[in-house]
Ligand binder design. Structure first.
Ligand SMILES: Cc1ncc(COP(=O)(O)O)c(C=O)c1O
Ligand SMILES: N[C@@H](CCCC[NH3+])C(=O)O
Length: 466
């Protein structure tokens, strides 16, 4: 029996159980289906497979760590949003995860694309995404970004500051065009999510305040600008939100403003965007609503509020990022060390260190986010041990999975897989400690291919002026 295995018995004796929502699994080899892409299962040997390909093969061919995307799952989520929100425009929020292949999938599945920097726009253009279906966000767009957006003909630009109005008017007027814009409104909703990913309360940088009259002032200004065509209002209340009530309050306020614009200026704005932010399941404590339910609920809210304010329902749009990319991907790691750390009162914690960490998933460190994981390369009959999966970086906060029950015999050379890492993991990855960023491998119908290659040491050193 390994030392880690003995420690497992100790855990059981002293009742060191981790958070209340985490229960020891009846079968630690089994997957919780709601956390995994739809084509992921385990075979009889306990090896995780995706679209028929064993992760042991993926590790051999592409190395670890690696982000593995179930392409059909990603595409199906695009279609589910598109079909559920029929008549609405569904923009995929590129910030969640972007690369050439993803741009093409989003295009092929008939979605629109939300980008928020020149870099994201460049990726969309390189992959040939139709520019009229692109919307440009950003709270500090540069003249260069606005100029490129106008020159290539992006469909919508979301205005987020007075400075930007000046810049955009000049760029558009110089070219003799009218820019189609939305105005981002800060509706004053305290969404139930981590403070850093809530975006509609007053004390943060995005949008124009509705309560203070700033939004109404900006709308009057934009309506007066010959170089701008105001298409509608925009509200995005934050990310990883489960509570439809927050969307309801936001919709009520922004539709109220939409009605006010009609009353005051005699202008019926044709569009309204409610942003993204739909939550996903990272662990068993998360219970997200499927797109069909979100669509029914949001449509009912919008219809109700429009009726109450006596206005027609405008052309609606949403911008899901996490809910499309997040659940379609898992990260595959190899275990390098296992260390049992004694805690108070005779308890202990098993630290399982993998070959990645906060450079490929900053979310636990940044938002205290919880993840789960499974032993992916074999079956184990060892009793489950409450474990902490950590990375290889020089930070005590370099945690990948804070608490998970893993078989007590997990050891160096095993593969672990962490689900729901498709959103804001690769896109927020860094080179901390000069660790190369992992590749992204797409698997479909029994075939795996690289869609983003692994960074090399040469890539890491390339920018230095030696
Ligand atoms: C304006 C805007 N739209 C859409 C999104 C996508 O959010 P999510 O990935 O939570 O759907 C974001 C990010 O929070 C955003 O800032
Ligand atoms: N990066 C955040 C989401 C913010 C999205 C951009 N407004 C996350 O990982 O949850």
């Amino acid at each position: 029996m390994s030392r880690a295995h003995e420690a497992g018995a100790l855990h059981a004796e002293v009742g060191h159980r981790g958070p209340a929502w985490l229960q020891p699994p009846e079968d630690p080899n089994a997957l919780v289906p709601s956390l995994w892409p739809r084509n992921v299962t385990k075979n009889a040997q306990g090896v995780l497979t995706v679209a028929g390909v064993e992760v042991t093969k993926l590790a051999e061919e592409f190395g670890t760590p690696a982000y593995v995307v179930d392409e059909d799952d990603f595409r199906a989520r695009c279609r589910e949003f598109r079909d559920a929100f029929e008549g609405w425009k569904v923009y995929y929020a590129a910030k969640a995860f972007l690369c050439g292949a993803v741009v093409r999938w989003v295009d092929e599945e008939g979605l629109y694309l939300d980008v928020c920097t020149g870099g994201e726009l460049a990726a969309a253009l390189r992959a040939g995404f139709p520019t009229e279906r692109i919307k440009l966000h950003g709270n500090n767009k540069s003249v260069a970004e606005l100029t490129r957006a106008i020159d290539v003909g992006v469909g919508r630009i979301v205005i987020d500051s007075y400075d930007e109005i000046d810049r955009l008017c000049k760029v558009a007027a110089d070219r003799g065009v009218r820019a189609s814009v939305l105005v981002r409104v800060k509706v004053g909703v305290e969404a139930h999510t981590h403070e850093y990913i809530a975006t509609a309360h007053e004390d943060q940088k995005f949008g124009f305040s509705l309560a203070g009259g700033e939004a109404a002032d900006v709308i009057a200004r934009v309506l007066d600008e010959p170089a701008l065509e105001l298409k509608g209002l925009h509200s995005h209340i934050g990310s990883q939100i489960f509570d439809t009530q927050a969307f309801e309050v936001a919709a009520r306020r922004v539709i109220g403003l939409h009605a006010e614009v009609r009353a005051k200026h005699g202008v019926t704005l044709p569009e309204l965007c409610l942003g993204g932010g739909f939550g996903i399941a990272y662990t068993t404590k998360d219970d997200p609503a499927p797109p069909a339910q979100l669509a029914t609920e949001l449509a009912a809210i919008v219809e109700h509020e429009c009726r109450a304010f006596g206005v027609q329902v405008p052309t609606m749009s949403i911008e899901p990022g996490r809910a499309i990319a997040g659940p379609a991907v898992f990260t595959l790691y190899e275990v390098g060390t296992v260390k049992v750390v004694e805690l108070d009162a005779g308890a202990s914690r098993t630290y399982v260190a993998v070959d990645g960490g906060m450079s490929d998933n900053i979310r636990p460190a940044l938002y205290d986010a919880d993840y789960s994981c499974t032993l992916a390369s074999r079956r184990s009959d060892a009793p489950p041990v409450l474990s902490r999966v950590v990375g290889k970086h020089c930070e005590a906060g370099d945690i990948v999975v804070k608490d998970e029950f893993l078989p007590g015999d997990v050891r160096a050379g095993d593969l672990l897989a962490v689900p729901a890492t498709g959103a804001y993991c690769r896109s927020m990855a860094s080179n901390y400690n000069h660790v190369p960023r992992p590749p992204v491998v797409a698997v479909r119908d029994g075939a795996a291919r690289l869609i983003v290659r692994r960074e090399t040491e040469e890539d890491l050193l390339r920018l230095d002026v030696w």
